[in-house]
Design a protein around this ligand. Sequence first.
Ligand SMILES: NC(=O)c1ccc[n+]([C@@H]2O[C@H](COP(=O)([O-])OP(=O)(O)OC[C@H]3O[C@@H](n4cnc5c(N)ncnc54)[C@H](O)[C@@H]3O)[C@@H](O)[C@H]2O)c1
Length: 251
Amino acid sequence: MLFENKTLIVTGGASGMGLLTGQCFAKEGGNVVLVDINLEKAEKCAEDICAEGGKAIGLKCDVRNYDEVAAVCKKAFEEFGSIDVMVNMAGGAETRMLGVQGGLEFPDIPIDVYDWGIDVNLKGQFYFDHAVMKYMRDQKSGVIINIGSITGQEGCASNVAYSTSKSGAMNGLTKSLALYGSKYGIRCVCISPGPVLTRPGMAHMKTALGRAAEPGEIVDAILFFASDKSAFTTGVNILIDGGRYIARDRT
Ligand SMILES: NC(=O)c1ccc[n+]([C@@H]2O[C@H](COP(=O)([O-])OP(=O)(O)OC[C@H]3O[C@@H](n4cnc5c(N)ncnc54)[C@H](O)[C@@H]3O)[C@@H](O)[C@H]2O)c1
């Protein structure tokens, strides 16, 4: 049991890798707070975890709203007595998430689409990192996992805010909080996945290994870096992309 008596907050917890992270954390004995903008799904997913013998609650939060973020952290602490692991999974490419018509170029996409992209993918992670840090500082322990993307390394002409958020900004946030948190026993790591089969559409993205990842292949790494097994790892960006980045000029 890797996470006995530990509490996880995971955003984007009602689907994809966020949900799987919560399910796996609960199986390792931990308490899980599934946070999502979709309350109905978050609550149902939490019920399912409880039905299998785990401990979980589902809470609504728009990661763009700091008051809601702070309220979620307060509720998680009241419910379980600690906040040990923060995984910032809520996010996605703005044109896909907002259903923007394909083929539009950068200056033709309205600025509010980019506001959404930066607010969810960057500021949402920043907000949660800020809010949980107070609890982790008091406890003198904790792990923060930020989520980047291969898109942050490569750039992406059709999702500029997503790429902006998931690249250098995420690295700077991760390194800064690793530096700040070190004196309190707090680690901060960024995980940057390549294509992951949370949707069939990701299968077309090329990698050196010739396939996209199963969600569990990313979540296993997240849980490793969230656990004491990686107690000496902090302030790094881990690219888990099946070799897509190194093979980009060759495929
Ligand atoms: N799937 C991939 O190929 C891939 C690759 C690289 C990085 N990532 C990143 O990994 C993370 C998870 O990806 P996924 O495919 O599992 O995601 P997903 O699309 O399955 O789930 C995203 C979740 O975020 C929630 N969400 C959206 N906006 C929100 C908001 N404002 N506040 C709170 N919750 C909100 C959604 O309701 C959804 O449940 C994302 O940050 C994504 O950018 C994914």
